[in-house]
Design a protein around this ligand. Sequence first.
Ligand SMILES: [Mg+2]
Length: 381
Amino acid sequence: MKVTSVETFRVSQRLMFCKVSTDEGVAGWGEPILESRAGAVEAAVHELATLLVGEDPGPVERHWQRLVKGGFYRGGPVLGSAVAGLDQALWDIKGKVLGVPVHELLGGPTRDRLRLYAPANGHTDAELADRAKALIEAGYTAVKTAPEKTLDFVDSRRTVHGLVDRWTRLRDAVGDDAGFAIDFHGRVSAPMSRILLPLLEPLMPLFVEEPLPPEHQDELHRITSATTVPIATGERLYDRWEADRVLSSGIAVLQPDVSHAFGISEVMRIAALAGLRHVHLAPHCATGPLALASCAQIGFAVQNVLIQESHLALHTPGTHPMMRFVASPDSFAFADGHLLRPTRPGLGVEIDEEAVRAAAADPKYDVSPVWSHPDGGYAEW
Ligand SMILES: [Mg+2]
């Protein structure tokens, strides 16, 4: 079997597919995407594709080594996302050729169902509480939220208590059996995190995410030592060496993104590394169906997975706009807040190629917001 072509389909700044075709009719699909940098990733995929076309797609790890290291310069989110999509597509081909889901090739299944969490946000405290309550009633056992506005490096007592009140109302809405996580999004400074986290301890959040932006990860130990709240990070760490920098900081949860961190092959290694430090994974997934399908294959192959993020409204099948590209409705079976084990071969998703091609012919340029403080200076989103 030989790879005959690598195509990309950029639907938006948050959604791009790649298709790796072969001379035997089997095609693998992946999702190489970096939100707001889709064009850069698309260009990288095409540069890397020259290493795949004409080759046997089977030896995934050999390809991974060549794709990651072959150009001499390596690392980072753009290359990480480009390689991730190709790695996913190669695993998809291997699973389809052998007739088994990827998690079985990785030693799974480790579980029968995978716990999910969904995003819950709202402009007002009441909107947030209503949204969270609706998700719990739909079956989820956990939701995640984030602060709605910019925060100053050191903000006011009113702001701090406003956030604590907001999330107290969230706890009341979800009840004591469900979990809620808070994404600080690198938006809450280190001094603010050290003030806020102890105040949140009575609410027992599932975890608090990214209390520091990635360039300050070496300071994480100052955050974890200030609180009993489980701390999560990792969506902006792109390989096992970057993950290694935070694993001894006292974090509880690591959140590699399987479409940013060099794919299924590397996230499996990151999971093993996290296991050395008794850290569990909650893979980041704020993009499309193949990113989620790749996360799911890891969730069913790895022991130390706490929970899986999903933005795709799996509790109301077919309603999320990104799900219109999935032609196999049984790929994401949802029950009681969990994803049931996918049983189709490969990544387990049949792509509606006609819909993908039509959408890519008219791509959307929906870049992530860039925020400012009231004084006009840059603010973390
Ligand atoms: Mg996040």
